[in-house]
Design a protein around this ligand. Structure first.
Ligand SMILES: *[C@@H]1O[C@H](CO)[C@@H](O)[C@H](O)[C@H]1NC(C)=O
Ligand SMILES: *[C@@H]1O[C@H](CO)[C@@H](O)[C@H](O)[C@H]1NC(C)=O
Length: 327
């Protein structure tokens, strides 16, 4: 509670500082003469022509402004609203999460001796089908491509594939990342994270690196990229040990948005769930545009809707989402 209200205060203060400094700059537009084109043509063709030029200019300005925001020069901060709460197995050390259609989630869990791949009923949180992994393996990121689930494991380069219908193990693969943390897919390539600031694009057949980006926010590298989800052309990533999701452009590696979810974990702590671990797990229902998030050992899974904070915040990400590298 305290941390979050302090955060809100800081957000407000920064917003108002931003507004006051920009409004104190005198606008030179009032002393500008009429654009030449308009003065010349007004007599001959009349004002509809001017109106057309004005509209065209406005269009160009808007297009440029949109470009700037999507390229990450004006990063956005987002808050959220809870749309629904669902039960979640409090024993599940969630490392990978995805929506499989028909109110079904696929989940990969970690910890030695407790690692699994499971098919979970969204509404009840019940595990419908589960594959228990070998005790020597620590389950990590999970994604679904075609009929197969792909899963990576912690501290190894080994991954496994499973049949999505019956969760039987189909095969094994070796990937080139330093470690196995998160996986996602756009239906063609597999996006991967290894706990560093690298976002990989991997070929799902050969496991060759197609592209490798360094993820950064305002020239600062963002390490500890964890669970991933591909959402409407972006890669969203949990950043380990933070309550924040980074919205990453996979072309540039730029983080152009941060979703601040501090209140979710805080609410669980406040209602007595002291044993919970970090926020981890993002799932996207593309068909119904539903976004789900949960955490390791969380008793709940939330459907949330993100909304931009009313004014862009020139936030200090080191304060909003402190990243603890030396653990
Ligand atoms: C959807 O899930 C329900 C309940 O688990 C199941 O009975 C039904 O067969 C599923 N439908 C499809 C198309 O998989
Ligand atoms: C799982 O399904 C696949 C095909 O989808 C099949 O080849 C395999 O035998 C099934 N495994 C089990 C244990 O039923």
């Amino acid at each position: 509670m305290a941390a979050s209200s302090q955060m809100k205060k800081r957000v407000k203060r920064q917003t108002s500082e931003g507004t006051s400094s920009s409004s104190s700059v005198a606008s030179p537009s009032s002393i500008r003469p009429k654009p030449l084109a308009c003065r010349v043509y007004i007599g001959r063709i009349g004002s509809p022509y001017c109106a057309f030029i004005a509209l065209a200019l406005l269009f160009v300005l808007c297009a440029t402004w949109n470009d700037t925001t999507s390229e990450g020069h004006v990063p956005q901060f987002y808050s959220f609203d809870i749309v629904n709460e669902f039960p979640h197995d409090p024993e599940a050390f969630t490392q990978g999460l995805l929506y499989g259609g028909n109110d079904t989630l696929f989940e990969s869990t970690g910890l030695y001796g407790r690692s699994s791949v499971r098919k979970v009923d969204l509404l009840s949180g019940k595990v419908k089908l589960s594959y228990k992994m070998d005790e020597s393996l620590f389950g990590e990121g999970l994604t679904l491509l075609g009929d197969r689930l792909f899963q990576v494991t912690w501290l190894t380069n080994i991954g496994f594939t499973y049949d999505q219908h019956n969760l039987s193990k189909m095969g094994k693969f070796v990937h080139p990342m330093k470690d196995g943390w998160g996986l996602a897919t756009d239906g063609n390539v597999i996006f991967g994270s290894d706990g560093s600031s690298k976002l990989y694009q991997l070929d799902p057949v050969t496991w060759k690196v197609i592209k490798k980006m360094t993820v950064s926010y305002r020239d600062q590298e963002i390490p500890l990229l964890n669970e991933l989800e591909y959402i409407s052309g972006e890669v969203w990533a949990n950043v380990w040990q933070t309550d924040c999701i980074a919205r990453i452009s996979h072309d540039s590696g730029n983080v152009h948005g941060w979703i601040l979810l501090h209140q979710l974990r805080q609410n669980l702590l406040d209602s007595g769930h002291k044993g919970i671990d970090v926020l981890n797990g993002i799932a996207w229902d593309e068909q119904n545009k539903r976004l789900f998030v949960t955490g390791k050992l969380w008793p709940k899974l939330y459907e949330i809707q993100v909304r931009p904070l009313s004014s862009p915040v020139s936030g200090n990400i080191n304060e909003l989402c402190p990243i603890r590298v030396n653990i």
